[in-house]
Design a binder for this molecule. Sequence first.
Ligand code: FDA
Length: 569
Amino acid sequence: GSPSRYDFVIVGGGTSGLVVANRLSEMTGYTVAVIEAGDSVLNNANVTDVTGYGRSFGTNIDWAYLTEEQKYAGGKKQIMRAGKAIGGTSVINGMSYTRAETEQIDIWERVGNKGWNWKSLFPYYLKSEGFQVPNSDQVDAGADYYISYHGEKGPLKVGWPRMMTNGSVLPVLDQTLSQLRVPYNRDVNGGNMVGLTSHPNTVDSNANIREDAARAYFWPFENRSNLKIISNTRANKIIWGDDSDGLAVATGVDVTGPDGDETIYASKEVILSAGSLKSSVILELSGIGNPDILKKYDIPVKVNIPTVGENLQDQTNSGLSYAGREFWIGGPTFSALPTAEQIYGGRVSGLASSIKSSLEDYAKTVSNSSNGAVQEENLLEAFQFQYDLIFKSRVPYAEIVFLPLGHSFSSEYWPLLPFSRGSVHIQSADSSRSAAINPNYFMFEQDLDVQANVAKFIRKAFETAPLSDLVAEEFSPGLERVPANASDSAWSDWAKSNYRSNFHPVGTASMLPRAKGGVVNSELKVYGTKNVRVIDASVLPFQLCGHLTSTLYAVAEMASDLIKRRYIF
Ligand code: FDA
């Protein structure tokens, strides 16, 4: 048949890709195609059920990427989950809706991304959001908010589920945590996140089903004649035409679909939104990356950007569980976001100075482990910003989720700002082969130390009244595995063999100036190309204190406006 040709070709119909597809197809004079490896999950109960978290894990809508052996973390491989469906990872995630600290976003501009700061991004958080004001039952159960932090007209439904956990739990947590100096925070979505909160979720409160990128941004618009989704189709690599003005020009994308291989042509732009474990891989397969890596697989170098696939930053998740003295139903969950000082108490200033004196070593270690692809001075700048956030700005240093459910009261937690940095790189020129994913969990002693100290903090909370009245014995890890008053190193040993990925990978195609190791510029365009962008979690240069989707929706909204300005304004 005749070749498929569109103005914009988006690779990946996930969280970010569907926002961009929606907004670009608002320009009626332009055609937009989305290439998505997965299929529709509109009627998949593992997706829609608001209490079904985890049921899709290991099914055919979970990429379940396997990491390399984690040499700093006991040697085992880890599974990194990601959604393979129209809607991407938003169809399998935990639905928590929390943003970021203001200063965290402001750092994007301070490192050289002109125009990207909290003030410029905030309107896009609101543009994407369709906040559902909680009803009186939900307010009684702890739903709390400042309306000025929320957008009520956007496509993405944000709110609380119909069935909420018994309203007596939150005051118990508050009375307990305030003794540990963690304050109550009515609404963490205004850029100040420290405290105990009952945050909203991406949920359709009336229908009581999951809200995801497809329900918000795609299905209501699927009949637009200039918007086409090409599902069950894997993008392999970008196809190049002749250079223009010394820049590489993408003319389309080579794909493998149900009927075999073909090229989907793009007359304007190719936008990669395949997620932070895939977009950089597609760049490498297309000849954009570190020449040392590309040469190994006989891939001609189109653009030399040694940092493609570097700067991988994820978090590590562990948990403690207690037998409950009551029976609980409903959701969502309560989160506590303590600062380093609240976690470490009086030890914090000693810790701060020892970390400060380690930053140069951290930079050296990460640079070496990237074979020099990431430069020490750039890492040092990033680590200094991170240090300042933790110890001067006192942003949250961990998130602790409290989960009273059924006969147990458990908790999950993850330190928010690890110093460890990893990478994802191809191991073959064949796009069907998996990449080498190495987050380097616990690369630095401090990342393990905080994993241990948050566990100690949680045990202390469960030993403190009134929370202690709600629970009986600790069954995980339990006092046999980690005795009362165990040393930090006993907790660290436990954490090393009892953690998982927190599924928040970012940074593999960082938005930074090219001289600072960036892969995309502040218009999210890949350096050295005329018309290739990356818009997904890959471009976040640094990890965030919030869960990722709220910020990804906002970034994709803002990026869509940047693109549209080039074509219609
Ligand atoms: P996303 O993964 O959404 O989209 C990428 C798309 O590209 C997918 O649809 C994929 O199938 C497709 N694709 C990949 N390769 C392709 C190829 N070669 N060809 C064609 N298509 C391809 N966040 C949050 O805010 N709150 C939460 O509670 C949680 N909880 C959570 C739990 C779990 C289990 C996970 C795995 C993740 C979370 N997260 C989360 C994180 C959050 O969901 C995640 O960071 C974003 O959804 C990622 O959005 P992206 O747009 O980057 O990629």
